[in-house]
Design a binder for this molecule. Structure first.
Ligand code: SF4
Length: 168
């Protein structure tokens, strides 16, 4: 038992990267300030999947865990586009889903913004060559910001949200 604790004391903490933690804290602080300033403390996001492999959504789900804790910063994922400020669009624009994505966009009240998530909506992902795709998202919608990656990590997504908030 003593050997176990000696080894733990020598190795220190291996599960968390202190530098990343510090960077994340700074990002979270600025996001909270930006959301307060530009959205009165509450930014609602409607996620729309127009034909993804679901990996982008899985990474987004991680943003709700206690480590990233987006809700604490005032950012919420909502079920209805009518309650949203921003559409977060993932996946390629497939023939079947494009009308539904556009319909969801129409239902978001003004002012509204679109953020594309992952390489699919800009047609750089593995599915870029299939017959089922209409065109990149920017051909259908006014895209304000793009978060690249296949899939982007939760840290990249949270950084992308901050870049969007700085931009508007
Ligand atoms: S960008 Fe990559 S991870 Fe995201 S939906 Fe497309 S293929 Fe999947």
């Amino acid at each position: 038992m003593i050997k176990f604790w000696q080894k733990r004391a020598e190795l220190g903490i291996l599960t968390e990267d202190v530098a990343v933690e510090e960077e994340l804290k700074a990002i979270q602080k600025e996001i909270k300030e930006q959301v307060k300033k530009k959205f009165a403390g509450s930014l609602a996001i409607r996620m729309v999947d127009s034909g993804s492999c679901n990996a982008c959504e899985a990474e987004c789900n991680a943003l709700s865990n206690p480590y990233y804790d987006l809700e604490r910063l005032g950012i919420y994922f909502v079920a209805s586009p009518r309650h949203a400020d921003v559409m977060l669009l993932s996946g390629v624009m497939t023939f079947n889903m494009t009308p539904h994505a556009l319909e969801a966009y129409e239902q978001i009240p003004e002012p509204k913004w679109v953020i594309t998530l992952g390489d699919c909506p800009v047609m750089q992902a593995p599915f870029e060559q299939t017959f089922a795709i209409k065109a990149p998202a920017e051909n259908h919608l006014k895209v304000t910001h793009h978060i690249a990656g296949c899939p982007p990590t939760p840290l990249e997504i949270i950084k992308g949200l901050l870049e969007f908030l700085r931009k508007i």
